[in-house]
Write a new protein. Structure first.
Lengths: 382, 455
């Protein structure tokens, strides 16, 4: 999937050129530089018909473009970045001017028709204005008011990138930047499989909104870009050349050594994300909840602290101590019971255990009847 | 009340038939235990000769030896035959012949499970021959008394529930429907009981995980206490050893039961979402659950979901959406179609339609069932493919070698005796097929055959 219509080249520049030509034409028509009018179109109305007197027409003719400018400018700037805001301003401005012109021409033609005056030139002006109004309307409503471009960020330099092949290959340290111009809330970016690509939050600059994209592993994944629920781009995003480093983690849980793991990790990751999978494994092994973990720290073998955001590439040692600290629920309970007599505590525990045992056997009996019931019920569906 | 005659290879159906009030007669090869009803053993081991399967002809001969035991006195019969078993087929022919010659004005229904497409040629050929013979019986019985003989075929994998359902319905079908019946049906259930059980199971799941958690902490705590306990606590603890040891067994049980629990929840959900072949939920279970959760009492649920409108909607379901109970062959032509709405007694007040059959028990269940009277006349090319073509091919192969295996050695009808070759020469024709097309040119042979038979 590759939609050229959403490229800035077409969406902004080409459309902008067409719209600005129309704007120039409309302003020229309004002030009477075309079709031998010799005065602006409101004065023309007062000369041709008896709707306005000439003084008022002069005033109105100068006021209308200004008032329109203020109104249209204020609402078209809202919610859009600057390029698309200018575009929408141009189009709505010329559209509203065209409507005024069309209204005036229609009234004039009607008047001349009633009094048997030749209305051929006005009809021609009306036709061209109508066609222009339709073109402007189409360009601003049917054509999405958005544009997307893809850039690569290498050492904080922005470089253009060709995406027509459907695959984006990044080297280590490089980031894909998706720039969104215009109505950004219509555009959604997602990755498939879900965690294969890391998407940053949306950052706004004055000209565009951008999302930084980094594949989570060497295998990468697909990047889907939607415009109003329609898939417009499907790009594969992978790392081309990746260096691996062997790191040995000594995992400590509450200062007890619980395991040693040697893993190969991509060197663009930071220490914490390289450790994530081992952390999951350790949690599973110890049977603790993820929410109970309060702190994870990294040390070298001679107990020098390493910040968790250090890149693997910049790490100087190959062996890392990872210390996980968790809240122990048993300790809390013990602290509560510690005040009481230990014999009494033991007695309570045993009684509770006996109670639980009875409860479980009762529960199992109840469950068996329910499961039997469920079998009978399922049997009834044939 | 009709007598159910269940042949040996349909005996596994007996559990499903326990609640029916019919008299039951089991005809089995050897004494079987746990059957509720009269049992008559017709041993096919007596017949010396080939080992293994017996053919229709052989079984028929065995049955003749037992003729003093096989005596029938009732008027109404329902025969359950497995078409994949020569034993069932041969014996059923003997039973029919017996009824034909001894009982005045009987009423008979033959329910048959067709053999699967991949069964051996011998079975396919036997089934074809049996079907031909049964169709002949159809003509004879109905010729004497209109409406006295009905028979129908079912898929090889028909759920046993469906067979029971059809037996229950036949008591209520009128006499006007007869000869070969092709049945289509669809069943709709109101899944209140399912939702109730589902809720109960979910409750147990929550309780189980809570208890498992508590167990874990309790044992950890005991560890912690014992770790830094004075020595005399240890001696106290040793006395309670059986309590701790016993809890190990319970933990194991909890884990086991949790698996069963998950599986039950899954299968109930599967049934609610997908339904089964013949059965679907009457309304979207989610909507019903929402209604129940919002506090609608069960007694108000019928008006709340506008049950009579729903019944009207379901009863007008198109014939193509009903599921065939037999789809090995193709039905090209149907003579009469009778459509019924089958409901449970609790829905009786909500139904406005005609042609309603009310079941004796059950709750919240609607079925739409269609009985199609199907004529068969192979000479006139009427429904020639009702039995698949490979059945016919197998029959052709087989009949050349051993005709006496496929048919009874002799069939006695009204003091006339039919030999296997006589029946072999007739193509499958049933009552409706014969009656409709007796004036056509194509049916001259069968006409003269029957004339001879009835003269």
């Amino acid at each position: 999937m590759y939609s050229r219509l959403l490229l800035p080249m077409f969406s902004i520049i080409t459309r902008g050129l067409v719209l600005s030509i129309i704007l120039i034409y409309v302003i020229a028509l309004f002030y009477g530089f075309l079709f031998n009018l010799k005065s602006n179109i409101i004065s023309y109305l007062s000369v041709k018909t008896d709707l306005l007197d000439e003084n008022l027409a002069n005033l109105v003719g100068h006021l209308i473009p200004l008032i329109l400018l203020i109104i249209v400018l204020s609402f078209s700037l809202r919610g859009k970045r600057i390029y698309m805001a200018i575009l929408s301003f141009i189009s709505y401005y010329s559209l509203s001017m065209l409507f005024i012109i069309i209204a005036i021409l229609v009234y004039t033609i009607y008047y001349e028709y009633v009094y048997n005056i030749d209305y051929q030139p006005e009809l021609m002006m009306l036709n061209t204005s109508l066609i222009l109004a339709i073109i402007t309307g189409l360009l601003i409503t049917v054509y999405p008011q958005s544009a997307i471009s893809f850039k690569k960020v290498v050492n904080s330099k922005i470089i253009g990138i060709e995406v027509s092949s459907g695959t984006i290959e990044l080297r280590t340290g490089e980031t894909l930047r998706i720039m969104i111009y215009g109505e950004e809330h219509h555009i959604a970016v997602s990755s498939e499989p879900r965690d294969s690509i890391i998407l940053s939050d949306r950052n706004k600059t004055i000209a565009y909104t951008y999302i930084d994209v980094v594949p989570a592993s060497t295998y990468g994944g697909y990047l889907n870009i939607y415009y109003k629920d329609k898939l417009v781009y499907k790009l594969k995003c992978i790392y081309k050349e990746v260096n691996y480093r062997k790191i040995k983690f000594y995992v400590h849980y509450n200062d007890d050594l619980v395991g040693e793991y040697e893993v190969k990790v991509e060197d663009y990751k930071d220490l914490l994300s390289a450790f994530t999978h081992i952390l999951d494994a350790t949690i599973a092994k110890l049977g603790i909840e993820r929410d109970d973990i309060r702190e994870i720290q990294f040390y070298t073998e001679d107990d020098v602290f390493i910040p968790s955001t250090t890149k693997i590439r910049e790490l100087e040692v190959d062996k890392v101590k990872a210390k996980i600290y968790a809240r122990e629920k048993i300790l809390e309970l013990l602290r509560y019971y510690g005040k009481k007599d230990v014999y009494e505590l033991w007695d309570t525990l045993i009684r509770r255990l006996e109670f639980l045992r009875e409860k479980v056997s009762w529960l199992i009996k109840e469950l068996d009847t329910t499961i039997e019931k469920s079998h009978a019920i399922i049997d009834n569906w044939w | 009340m009709a007598t159910l005659i269940i042949f040996d290879d349909m005996v596994k159906l007996s559990i499903y038939l326990e609640n029916l009030e019919h008299n039951k007669l089991f005809l089995t090869r050897y004494p079987r235990r746990g059957l509720k009803g009269k049992q008559l053993v017709i041993e096919d081991l007596v017949y010396s000769g080939v080992k293994g399967r017996k053919s229709i002809g052989q079984v028929y001969k065995i049955a003749i030896n037992y003729s003093d035991k096989l005596v029938f006195k009732d008027k109404k019969y329902v025969l359950l035959v497995n078409g994949a078993s020569e034993y069932d087929m041969g014996l059923s022919l003997y039973v029919l012949n017996n009824i034909l010659n001894n009982i005045d004005k009987p009423e008979i229904l033959v329910l048959t499970r067709a053999p699967p497409r991949n069964s051996s040629d011998l079975i396919k050929a036997s089934f074809y021959a049996w079907f031909k013979t049964i169709s002949l019986y159809d003509i004879i019985f109905n010729y004497r008394v209109n409406g006295s003989f009905k028979y129908l075929l079912l898929n090889p994998d028909t759920p046993l529930h469906l067979i029971r359902y059809l037996i229950m319905l036949t008591d209520k079908i009128m006499h006007s429907i007869y000869s070969l019946l092709h049945i289509k049906l669809k069943r709709f259930l109101l899944p209140i009981a399912e939702l109730y059980v589902l809720a109960e199971l979910l409750k147990y799941r929550g309780e189980y995980s809570k208890i498992a958690e508590e167990y874990k902490y309790l044992l950890m705590l005991m560890h912690g206490v014992l770790d830094n306990a004075p020595t005399d606590l240890w001696s106290i603890a040793r006395k309670k050893r059986h309590v701790v040891e016993g809890s190990r067994f319970i933990t194991k049980k909890i884990i086991e039961k949790k698996d069963v629990l998950e599986k039950s929840i899954y299968s109930i959900l599967e049934v609610l979402v997908r339904g089964r072949r013949y059965t679907s939920p009457m309304i979207d279970p989610k909507a019903l659950l929402e209604k129940l959760l919002h506090g609608t009492p069960i007694s108000r649920i019928y008006p709340e979901i506008n049950i009579s409108g729903r019944i009207e909607l379901l009863s007008n379901i198109s014939s193509n959406d009903l599921i065939d109970t037999y789809d090995l062959g193709v039905v090209n032509l149907v003579r009469n179609t009778y459509r019924y709405l089958v409901i449970t007694p609790d829905l009786e007040n909500y139904v406005k339609e005609d042609n309603v059959l009310v079941l004796d028990k059950g709750v919240g269940e609607i079925s739409v069932i269609e009985f199609n009277e199907t004529p068969i006349h192979v000479d006139c090319r009427i429904n020639t493919d009702y039995l698949p073509f490979d059945f016919y091919e197998a029959y052709l192969d087989r009949s050349g070698i051993a005709l006496s295996q496929l048919y009874p050695p002799e069939t006695r009808i009204q003091n006339k005796i039919l030999k296997p070759y006589d029946i072999h020469r007739v193509n499958p024709v049933n009552y409706h097929g014969y009656i409709e097309y007796q004036d056509e040119k194509c049916s001259t042979y069968i006409k003269s055959f029957l004339k001879q038979l009835f003269s």
